[in-house]
Structure formats: structure tokens, C-alpha cells
Design a protein around this ligand. Structure first.
Ligand code: NAD
Length: 451
């Protein structure tokens, strides 16, 4: 059994059984058998089942959101968005089975057609920072394409995934089409990698575990998608709407207590407006509402665990603190939003993913300097560019090595558009119109027409 703790109160709220290797193997066998019938379900019927799943999730948004507040300390506002995102992603990919068309390619001597064949059993491994959306981004397109899914939630945050599996059954998904297997990463997750009947692993988590999973998958030439860490830049040019850039910067990094792979945790500000930007940023950070995440007014809750809080504090020790916000005292894993001044790009808090409510600020001189500094990282997940110059916005967007950029906005995730990282932030893309292809293999068939 794993004890599930509410990070706001540090009280145990549930005990969840862990899955053994033998139980994973049995689940893989059942999912492999279910695949044979699921792949044969008519596209319109598969679409209808996914739409029904979305509708059942919609009817339980509030319940799922409250569960996530309890398990993760997410603000109720964010948790509602996350449950709504599961519904939307299921709805979006419900449109896919009936549109999963191949091509007819002109060739001499016959007819050539392509099919997008499902892979089989897909293993989805989810981290603790966004349990609901990340589960949906894997399971919805995988099911739509005709695969069956085994999903392993993070040890700390299994509750909403287990509830989603129940809601899937309530919606009428056939047995063993979507199964949630809570348990340890090195046991359940690792078995997804080593079991030959699991044909793809869809992993979101740390770079260290991701690289290990990729190496394990390589041994079987198993398909793999990796969504890993980030150290994204927020570039503020002197010609930007400085008030708006400063007012929004805290949300781009302190949302979800900074436990966000897309957090804009490096703010690069043009030197001529650097001091003014900090003047504007200070009241925005001090006013950031860190409080009981169940309150409608909460903008940030606690960190996920005592260990995570210790890790985050380790980055602030000895660093130059510009100013901080505030947070409640008490039993939960609270940490106040913190703004650090980076003396150089060598500082640890500037280079490494903190995964907490800590942001580092550094000045830059000109456009070339901004691009150089933004790209001076092993990561490449997301980023923001604040400028009123359209030409510059486009030039910088093309030059920054990151999978998801936004101009005069901090948006990263929209289910209509592809999401994923460059460099060490990942491999492959999720969401958007093409995600289905990551859960299929192309088959080419030539039919001779000559007598
Ligand atoms: P983690 O790598 O420790 O764990 C992620 C998942 O992998 C968990 O379910 C864990 O149980 C499992 N796991 C652990 N060891 C395993 C093994 N040997 N084999 C198979 N599975 C194993 O990461 P975390 O601390 O839970 O999550 C935080 C990290 O995730 C951060 O680096 C963050 O940037 C990243 N992240 C990336 C994205 C993205 O989309 N790029 C999104 C969210 C989080």
C-alpha cells in the first residue's frame, strides 16, 4: 500500500495498493487480448464511446477537481481547468477515429494505399505535477487510434487516475481497454519498458528517468515519446508593454507552485528597462495569493511534498534574493514565491530546473544577446517573447530553440496544437492534429492490377 498525503495539511488521505510485476504482466496479457477486439470496433462506435467518456468526465469535473486539490494541493481553479482539459482532449480525439485516413499513392501496375495501424498495448507513465491532463494527452489519442492503454500514475498522486478509470468503465469502455496500475516507477513503469507486448511507452517526467526509459526501449526498438524537463525563458524587450509583462510574469512561473515543466523560470530583461521591470514585478509577486488551494481566490497552493520543498530551498540558499511573496505557516509544504537575481549564467538556480516557485532574473543587451542567453541551456520546452515589434517577435521565435513559444502571452498548452520539447526536453509531440500518428504505424499495401 502507498499512503497518499494531502500536501496542504500533511495528513494521509488515502491508501492505495501497489501493483506487482506479476500483476503488471497479467494486465498486459488482458490488454493485449482486449486490443484484438478494440481495434476492430467500427470507427464511429469508437468515437461514440470516447465522446461518452468525455461526457461522463464532464459530469464529474467538480468531483475530480476536489480530489486533485486534496491529493496535489492544486488551486481549485486550476484543478477545474485540468479536469475540463481531460474532457476536452477526449472530445477532440473522439473526432479522430472517423478521420484516420491513409493515402492513395500513384504507382505503376496497381493501386497503392496506406493504413495507420494501431500499435497494440501502450504504456503511459505520468508524473505528479499534472496528473489529469498528462494522463489524458496519452490515453485519448492512443485509444482513438485503436490501441489499448495501461497507465501508471505517479506514486504521490494516483487518485484522479484511478477515478478516471472508473469513469471510463461507466461510459462503457470495454473491459481492459483502459487500465490504471498504481505503483512504483522502477516496478510498474520499468515493466512497461521491458515487457515485449507493450509496444509503446509514453513517458512524462524527469530527464534522468526518461533517458533510462529510452535506453530500455531501444533494446526492443520500442516506440517512445518523452516529455521531460524545462528551463524556459521569458524574454522582455524594452519596447514591450512592460506593465503587462511584469503583471503576468508571476503567473508564468508560480502557477502550480512552479511545478510546471513549462515554467518561465528564467526572466531575461533588456538592460535599459531591467530596474523598471523589477519595480513593476515586486507588487505583482507580493500580491500573489498563496493560500488554502480550496479557496476560490487561491492563486497558488503548497508544494507536493516535504522533499520537494527541501529541494527548492536548496536552490535559494546562498542566492541573491530580490524579493519574495508570502505564504501561510502551518503543517503543509508551503514555499513563498521568490525572485532571485542571477549574477551570471553559471549559477545553479539559473541553469537547473528548480520545479518550485522560484524565478531568476538576468539583464541582456540586445536581440542577439537575448537569443544567445535563451539558448544557453540543455532544455528547449517553451518560452515567451514580449515585444511590440512584429519583425522581432518572428525573428526571435525562429531563433529560440524551444518547442512551444508564445508572443505577448504565456500560453503553452492548447489541446488543438502540438506540444513537446526540443533538445533534452523531449522527443516527439503530444496533442494537436498529428498526435494520433505517434500511436500508429504506417502500413503500405500495393495491389497489382495487371493481368
Ligand atoms: P520522475 O521521472 O521521477 O517520475 C515520473 C514518472 O516515472 C512517475 O510515474 C514515476 O513513478 C515513473 N518512474 C520512476 N522511475 C521509473 C523507472 N525506472 N522506469 C519507469 N518509470 C519510472 O519525475 P517527477 O519528479 O514525477 O516529475 C517531474 C519531472 O517531470 C520534471 O522534470 C518535469 O519537468 C517533468 N515534466 C515534463 C512535462 C512535459 O510535458 N515536458 C510535463 C510534466 C512534468
Amino acid at each position: 500500500m502507498t499512503r497518499v498525503v494531502n500536501p496542504t495539511s500533511a495528513v494521509v488521505v488515502a491508501e492505495v495498493p501497489v501493483t506487482s510485476v506479476g500483476e503488471v504482466d497479467a494486465a498486459v496479457d488482458r490488454a493485449a487480448r482486449a486490443f484484438e477486439t478494440w481495434r476492430a470496433v467500427a470507427p464511429g462506435d469508437r468515437a461514440r464511446l470516447l465522446r461518452r467518456f468525455a461526457a461522463v468526465v464532464d459530469a464529474h469535473v467538480e468531483e475530480l477537481a476536489e480530489l486533485e486539490v486534496r491529493n496535489c494541493g492544486h488551486t481549485i481553479g486550476n484543478a477545474r481547468w485540468e479536469a475540463g482539459n481531460v474532457r476536452d482532449v477526449l472530445d477532440y480525439y473522439a473526432g479522430a477515429p472517423e478521420r484516420l485516413t491513409g493515402r492513395q499513392i500513384p504507382v505503376p501496375g496497381g493501386l497503392d494505399v496506406t493504413f495507420h495501424e494501431p500499435l497494440g498495448v501502450v504504456g503511459v507513465i505520468v508524473p505528479w505535477n499534472f496528473p489529469m491532463p498528462i494522463a489524458a494527452w496519452g490515453l485519448a489519442p492512443a485509444l482513438a487510434a485503436g490501441n489499448t492503454v495501461l497507465l501508471k500514475p505517479a506514486e504521490l498522486t494516483p487518485l484522479t487516475a484511478l477515478r478516471l478509470a472508473e469513469l471510463g468503465r461507466e461510459a462503457g469502455l470495454p473491459d481492459d481497454v483502459f487500465t490504471v496500475l498504481p505503483g512504483a516507477g522502477p516496478v510498474v513503469g520499468e515493466r512497461f519498458v521491458t515487457h515485449p507486448a507493450v509496444r509503446k511507452v509514453c513517458f512524462t517526467g524527469s530527464g534522468e528517468v526518461g533517458a533510462r526509459i529510452m535506453a530500455g526501449c531501444a533494446a526492443q526498438v520500442k516506440r517512445v515519446t518523452l516529455e521531460l524537463g524545462g528551463k524556459s525563458a521569458n524574454l522582455v524587450f524594452a519596447d514591450a508593454d512592460l506593465e503587462k509583462a511584469a503583471a503576468t510574469a508571476p503567473y508564468a512561473v508560480f502557477d502550480n507552485a512552479g511545478q510546471d515543466c513549462c515554467a518561465r523560470s528564467r526572466v531575461l530583461v533588456q538592460r535599459s528597462v531591467h530596474d523598471r521591470f523589477l519595480e513593476l514585478l515586486e507588487p505583482a509577486v507580493k500580491g500573489f495569493r498563496v493560500e488554502d488551494p480550496a479557496l476560490e481566490t487561491a492563486e497558488m497552493g503548497p508544494l507536493i511534498s516535504a522533499g520537494q520543498r527541501e529541494r527548492v530551498a536548496g536552490y535559494v540558499d546562498g542566492a541573491r534574493v530580490a524579493f519574495t511573496g508570502s505564504c501561510p505557516e502551518g503543517p503543509g509544504y508551503w514555499y513563498a514565491p521568490t525572485v532571485l537575481l542571477a549574477g551570471s549564467t553559471a549559477e545553479r538556480h539559473w541553469r537547473e530546473e528548480v520545479f518550485g516557485p522560484v524565478v531568476s532574473v538576468l539583464p541582456f543587451d540586445d536581440e542577439a544577446d537575448a537569443i544567445r542567453l535563451a539558448n544557453d541551456t540543455e532544455y528547449g520546452l517553451s518560452g515567451s517573447i514580449w515585444t511590440r515589434d512584429v519583425g522581432r517577435a518572428l525573428r526571435v521565435s525562429r531563433a529560440v530553440e524551444a518547442g512551444n513559444l508564445s508572443v505577448n502571452s504565456h500560453s503553452s498548452v492548447r489541446y488543438w496544437t502540438p506540444f513537446g520539447g526540443m533538445k533534452r526536453s523531449g522527443l516527439g509531440r503530444e496533442l494537436g492534429p498529428d498526435a494520433l500518428h505517434a500511436f500508429t504505424d504506417v502500413k503500405n499495401v500495393f495491389i497489382a492490377t495487371e493481368e
